[in-house]
Every structure is written in C-alpha cells, then in structure tokens.
Design a protein around this ligand. Sequence first.
Ligand code: ASP
Ligand code: MG
Length: 412
Amino acid sequence: MSTIVQKYGGTSVGSVERIEHVADRIIKTVNEGNRVVVVVSAMGKSTDELVSLARQITEEPSKREMDMLLTTGEQVTIALLAMALHKRGKKATSLTGWQAGMGTEATHGSARITDIKTERILSLLEENHIVIVAGFQGKTANNEITTLGRGGSDTTAVALAAALKADRCDIYTDVTGVFTTDPRYVKTARKLQSISYDEMLEMANLGAGVLHPRAVEFAKNYQVPLMVASSMTEEIGTIIEEDVTVEQNLLIRGIAFENDVTKVTVAGLPNKIDTLPKLFTLLSNNNINVDIIIQNQYDEKSVNISFSMTQSSLKETLSILKGAQAELGFSDLFHEDELAKVSIIGSGMVSNPGVAAKMFDVLATNEIFIKMVSTSEIKVSVVVAEEDMVLAVEMLHKAFQLEEAETPVNVG
Ligand code: ASP
Ligand code: MG
C-alpha cells in the first residue's frame, strides 16, 4: 500500500463546493488502494483577510498573536474537509499542526520545522482514517503556536511526506504545473513535464510563486518525489525530481521574475579591509535582506557599494544608513527605484558557456539596459527597469526556445 501526501492550496479549498470536490478527489485516491494524508491551506484569501483584521487594530501586532490568529484559517478548512469526507461515509480525522506532531523553532511568523512526531498520524492511518493536517503551522518546544511563513503549507506537506516516507507528495494548486515562465504574463509559457530540485529551488527563490522555496529544499534534502498539478483537472502536472531530465538542446528551463526591486548605492566609502563587513553587519543586525551586491573601486581611497533589495525595505535601510554615515564614512547615498529582477534558470548552463552572453545580447538588441548582474552555476539574474520586465522575459523566452515542445532525454 502506498502512502500519498496531497496538499490543496487556498483556491482549491476556496468554497464549500471546492472542498466537496477535493473530498471526492481524495476518495478516488483512497479507492485506488492508497493511504492518504491531506494538508490544506486556509480557504481562498482568508489568511489575507485575517492579516487585514489585525492591521485594523495595530500596524505592529505581536508576532505571537499574529500566529495565533493566522493558524485559525487552516483550522477552518481541516474541519470542513473532514465533515465532507464523513458525509461520504469515510473515516477521516483533522489535526492541527501541533496535534500532528509538527515541532518548530520559536521564530514566530517564519518558524522552521525541527522535528515531526508521526505516531498519531501513523496510528490513524493504521485505523484506515484519512488524516487531514492543517498546513503552515506547528508548535515550539514550549507549546507556543507558530507559522512557517506565507505559503508555508507546501512545506508542511513535503516535510510530512519526508517524515512518513511517503511514496509521493502531490501539491494541488490553481495552475496545472510549473511553467517555463508565468503564463499570466507570457502567453507562450509552456508547462514543464519535469524539472530538477535545484532548478525548482532557483525558480522558487527567484520569484516563481508556484512552490514555497523551503518545500523544495525539504524535497531535495529528503528526496521526496514531488508533483505540482491542478485540483480542477485530471491533467498530469510537473514532476520535480533529482534525475535531471534535460530537454534536448535546451539550456534554460525557466525564467523567473519579480518587480518591486530597488538599488541602493553607498558612495565614497573608505577603501579599507573592514568596510564591507561593517556595512553588511549593520544591515543584517537590522534584519535587512540584501540581494545582489556590487563593489566598485574608483580611486585608491574609496569604493562604491551597490546592492539590490525589495522596495519595502528601502525606507528603513536609508534611515539606518544615514544614521551610520559618520561611522561608515561614506560621502553619498543614492537609490534607484522601480526596478525588476529577471532570471534565467537551467542546469544545462553548467557545462555550456555563453548563456550569460546570449542573455545580455538579447536584452541589448531590445534596448533593455542591465543595471546589475548576478550568477550562480545554474542561473543568471539581471536587474532592469520595471517597465522593461515583461518585454525582457518575452524576448528571453523566445531566444532560449522555451516555447518549443519538449523532447525529454534522461541523462540522470
Ligand atoms: N494560508 C497561508 C498563506 O496564505 C499558508 C498557505 O496557504 O500555504 O500564506
Ligand atoms: Mg502556495
């Protein structure tokens, strides 16, 4: 008998009708002879609604109370889904994160899973129950309720699949799989048959919202076979796996992008050994996340350092830097807003030079200025003006032949 973990996202459980539909799908999987553990998100946009309720009271709610509030969303769904399964004559039990044994760190709002005590789930499965677990939540060693960060139900599902040594973890969402790029922006975007953990991790980290990055990390670390598919159709989704099924001749598997990027330049810093550590320790002590970093020496005595970050951190960053101007010893502070990051991703580029060159060439041909660049073994990211973002993605999608049908060859 196989154990399958299925995760249904907010849209898939967005109404009573949808929940009933999900119940039918679960029963189908059970009737095929599987043990099923289901992880669900809060219904529709209800997490956003809870956030907005809190904001109506205070701009700075306590993180503990925020977790207390947000975890109620998933609790609604688990109970309703259990009822829908009972109505269909099935044994089913809903469990909150802590009832399901989800142990986490004590970081409210973005807790990492530390351990999962699976006894209760296993004994329920033994008694032929369908087990329904609230996603995105857990409990600390001190019995405090935590959440895993927005979108964290994916991580609950994959972590459970790993702990239960499940045969498969299926993530059901409102799209039919992982696409070469966001189909809402690029009409020729194509669903991928498969993608490697590493490529998916880059895609998720670089703005493809389809999977929570930590879920992919978990899947890779524990080799959990993952599939992303739609709960509305029977269409086969995208498989995420270790064995890279490289598409013939296709170096690039996907293009991710995100807007709301800003670039900060700290100019005229002393060209000293401790300049970089001082600057970035200051930012990190204030929990400011920076992305791409560029250092330029313009004479013997001074350097300029630029970094990109999300627009939402800009105000705080500028005020921290201004406050430390004397200590850091810089002369000027600039920022450039309304930028976007566009990234091309593919394991194939490891052994094929010229991918970055081609990217730059395509962008230059379309008169798109590149403001920053960063690379890893399997990705190249550029920062461009936000108004050029979609054009850049479209042109790269075409130039790297991502719209063409795949001819998978297994080289794993
Ligand atoms: N309900 C949470 C959110 O909207 C967690 C999730 O759906 O994965 O972020
Ligand atoms: Mg999600």
